[in-house]
Design a protein around this ligand. Structure first.
Ligand SMILES: NC(=O)C1=CN([C@@H]2O[C@H](COP(=O)(O)OP(=O)(O)OC[C@H]3O[C@@H](n4cnc5c(N)ncnc54)[C@H](OP(=O)(O)O)[C@@H]3O)[C@@H](O)[C@H]2O)C=CC1
Ligand SMILES: N[C@@H](CC=O)C(=O)O
Length: 346
């Protein structure tokens, strides 16, 4: 069965998925029997395209190279332009909506509305947007189930590293009472570069150029992004919703270059640690900068790598280390969800 996709948002992650689909088309068909067509793209500033027979992705990238928008995409019979996100979700022939707009750390909008509209229209959603999962998991899961559609969100925690799929499937049956780790790629990248003597401002610019940072990097720097990921882990993996106000949150702005150099001289490394613990059905959680000894395995987690440890009652602690952010790394998370959906439907 050919999957028809509508991309809502076409920035770093959306374009990475399109590249992967373009470059791996033959291999995905041969190895997985998977085939997908992007029939619609709707992006705030780049513009919108819809063709029921599918868009030519080579032409999409040529248009973006020419002007940074989709304006130069060639006219063909049946091509529609200018549809906004909601019209694209409702009126395109896509069966699966790829929601990759920015994460709003206050309201989760417009992404929550995008998911709601898709589910009500009987369409699957695959997203890397943390807002809908952190703030509306119960409501949206129920709506997806009621409409018999799939909701994939693997990329919301640690990009394509299976930080959700592993505990949900491979560790099913174990009780997870504690989760801890490094859950933000941008700040881990910045701290590592500051250890090399790069200023915080320049390290942030590098992180932005590499596609790690949020559209508003305050979300990364002040710990909101990690907080959202803890809310997702708490509800999705441990089954207990966590409120924003219940998380002790400290951003990285309190850590200076001097602190980092001083710690380095003393055999320590600064990392932003996230911890969630369950005791008697009550959750406690924190995200904050901590100086840890160089010998601690987390001190060796560098750059945009992240790590998460699941403390299981039967298996003991299990740690996963992998990409926390990045273009292809997050584009891959959507592909992994699409292949999962494909296997389910098959
Ligand atoms: N980059 C990464 O490594 C990771 C990102 N994520 C998440 O994935 C999502 C996408 O990230 P990324 O691609 O990096 O972000 P970008 O900012 O690069 O892309 C988001 C795109 O969505 C567009 N957009 C915003 N609002 C709308 C709307 N209402 N309708 C249509 N398009 C809209 C933006 O347009 P404009 O620029 O004009 O606002 C932009 O082109 C985010 O929610 C992020 O938190 C998750 C894991 C890793
Ligand atoms: N901005 C985020 C992107 C992935 O969630 C990060 O740096 O971790």
């Amino acid at each position: 069965m050919e999957r028809r996709l509508a991309m809502i948002g076409f920035g770093t992650v959306g374009q990475a998925l399109a590249r992967i689909l373009l470059e791996r088309k033959g291999e995905l068909w041969e190895k997985e029997g998977f085939v997908a067509q992007i029939t619609a793209i709707s992006d705030m500033t780049k513009g919108s395209l819809y063709h029921p027979d599918g868009l030519n992705l080579t032409e999409v990238f040529l248009a973006l190279e020419e002007s940074g928008t989709l304006e130069a995409y060639p006219e063909t019979s049946g091509l529609q332009r200018g549809w906004n996100s909601l019209k694209t979700i409702q009126d395109s022939n896509a069966d699966t909506i790829v929601e990759v707009t920015f994460t709003d750390v206050e309201t989760g909008q417009p992404a929550i509305e995008h998911c709601r509209t898709a589910f009500e229209a009987g369409k699957n959603v695959v997203t890397t947007n943390k807002g809908p999962v952190a703030l509306a998991f119960a409501e949206l899961s129920e709506l997806a189930e009621k409409n018999g559609v799939y909701w994939g969100f693997e990329g919301t925690v640690m990009s394509g590293t299976p930080a959700l799929r592993m505990p949900r499937f491979a560790l099913a049956g174990d009780r997870i009472k504690e989760i801890r780790g490094i859950l933000n790629g941008t700040t881990n990248y910045i701290l590592t570069r500051m250890e090399d003597g790069v200023s915080m401002e320049n390290a942030l610019l590098e992180a932005q150029n590499k596609g790690y940072a949020e559209a508003d990097p305050t979300g990364d720097l002040e710990g909101f992004d990690a907080l959202y990921k803890m809310m997702i882990l708490s509800e999705v993996v441990m089954g207990i919703p966590l409120k924003r106000k219940d998380v002790l949150r400290k951003g990285m702005s309190s850590v200076t270059s001097e602190d980092i150099q001083k710690a380095k001289t003393g055999g320590m490394r600064w990392r932003i640690l996230s911890v969630i613990r369950e005791e008697g059905g009550k959750m406690s959680a924190s995200v904050q900068p901590v100086a840890i000894p160089e010998a601690d395995p987390l001190a060796g987690v560098k750059g945009a790598l992240n790590a998460v440890t699941y403390v299981c009652d039967l298996l003991g602690p299990v740690t996963l280390i992998g990409a926390g952010a990045g273009r292809m790394e997050t584009g891959f998370s959507i592909l992994a969800d699409l292949i999962h959906l494909h296997h389910q439907k098959r």
